[in-house]
Design a protein around this ligand. Structure first.
Ligand code: ADP
Ligand code: NI
Length: 219
C-alpha cells in the first residue's frame, strides 16, 4: 500500500475512534496537529509517514479515554497499523511517539533520558502548538468548563511545582493553567519552525491575559 493510502485509512480510523470525544481532543484537534506537523516537517529531516501516523494517532493513547489505563491506546493503534500492513519498524516508532508526546508524560519523566527522535519532536511541537494561542485559550476554557472550574480566582495562586498526580487532580481556575502549562510551552519547542510559530501564539496569550485582567477590574 502506498503511504497516502495508509494515511487515508488512518484518518478514517481515527475519526471513528474519536467519535464523541470531548471538544479539546476531538478529530479537529487531530486535524490541526496533523496540519501543524506537516508544516513543521518541511523544515526537518524526518520520515513523513511516521510523522503523519504519529500525529494522527497520538491522542488515541490518551488515558482519559480509557479510564486511566495508558496501555490501551498504543494497543489499539498497534493492532490497527498491523491490520493495514504498516512496516514493523514504523509501527514501533509510532507507538513510542504516542507514549512520549504528551506534556504529562514529559512532566513525569522530568530529567530522564527518554526516547527521542526527530519525528517525535515534530509531533510534540505540533501538539504543543495546539495548546497555545487562540486555539489553546479556547481549549483551556472548554476543558475548565467541562470540569466546572472557575475562570479565575485572584485568591488561588498558580502552582508551578505540581507533580503529575497533582496536575491531574488540580481544581484550580482555568487562568492558573496558563502559568502552570501554557506559558511554559514556547520554551519547550524542539524545532525552528515550531519555535517561530509558538512565539506568535505565546504573544497572543500574553495580550489576552493583559486584557482579561483589565476587564476583571472593570477597566
Ligand atoms: P495533551 O493534549 O498534551 O494530552 P491535556 O490532555 O493535558 O494535553 O490537555 C488537553 C487540553 O486541555 C489542552 O488544551 C490543555 O491546555 C487543556 N487542559 C488540560 N488541563 C487543564 C486544566 N487544568 N485547566 C485548563 N485546561 C486544561
Ligand atoms: Ni493532542
Amino acid at each position: 500500500m502506498n503511504n497516502q493510502l495508509l494515511i487515508d485509512k488512518t484518518i478514517a480510523f481515527v475519526k471513528k475512534e474519536l467519535e464523541g470525544a470531548e471538544g479539546g481532543h476531538d478529530w479537529f484537534h487531530i486535524q490541526r496537529v496533523y496540519t501543524n506537523a506537516r508544516t513543521i516537517a518541511k523544515g526537518e529531516k524526518v520520515d513523513s509517514l511516521t510523522v503523519a501516523l504519529g500525529a494522527l494517532l497520538h491522542d488515541i493513547a490518551d488515558a482519559k479515554f480509557h479510564d486511566g489505563d495508558e496501555t490501551v491506546g498504543p494497543r489499539i493503534a498497534r493492532d490497527f497499523m498491523k491490520s493495514i500492513d504498516v512496516d514493523k519498524a514504523v509501527i514501533s516508532h509510532v507507538i513510542r511517539i504516542m507514549e512520549n508526546s504528551s506534556f504529562k508524560n514529559s512532566l513525569e519523566k522530568k530529567g530522564d533520558t527518554t526516547f527521542t527522535s526527530p519525528e517525535l519532536q515534530v509531533v510534540q511541537d505540533a501538539d504543543r502548538l495546539d495548546a497555545i494561542g487562540a486555539i489553546g485559550i479556547a481549549r483551556a476554557f472548554n476543558y475548565g468548563g467541562f470540569k466546572n472550574r472557575e475562570l479565575y480566582n485572584p485568591a488561588i495562586v498558580p502552582n508551578l511545582n505540581m507533580t503529575k498526580e497533582e496536575y491531574k487532580k488540580t481544581t484550580a481556575p482555568t487562568i492558573n493553567h496558563f502559568y502552570e502549562k501554557l506559558l511554559l510551552l514556547k520554551d519547550r519547542m524542539n524545532t525552528e519552525t515550531g519555535k517561530e510559530m509558538a512565539e506568535k501564539r505565546h504573544r497572543f496569550m500574553l495580550d489576552f491575559l493583559e486584557q482579561f485582567y483589565k476587564e476583571w477590574e472593570g477597566r
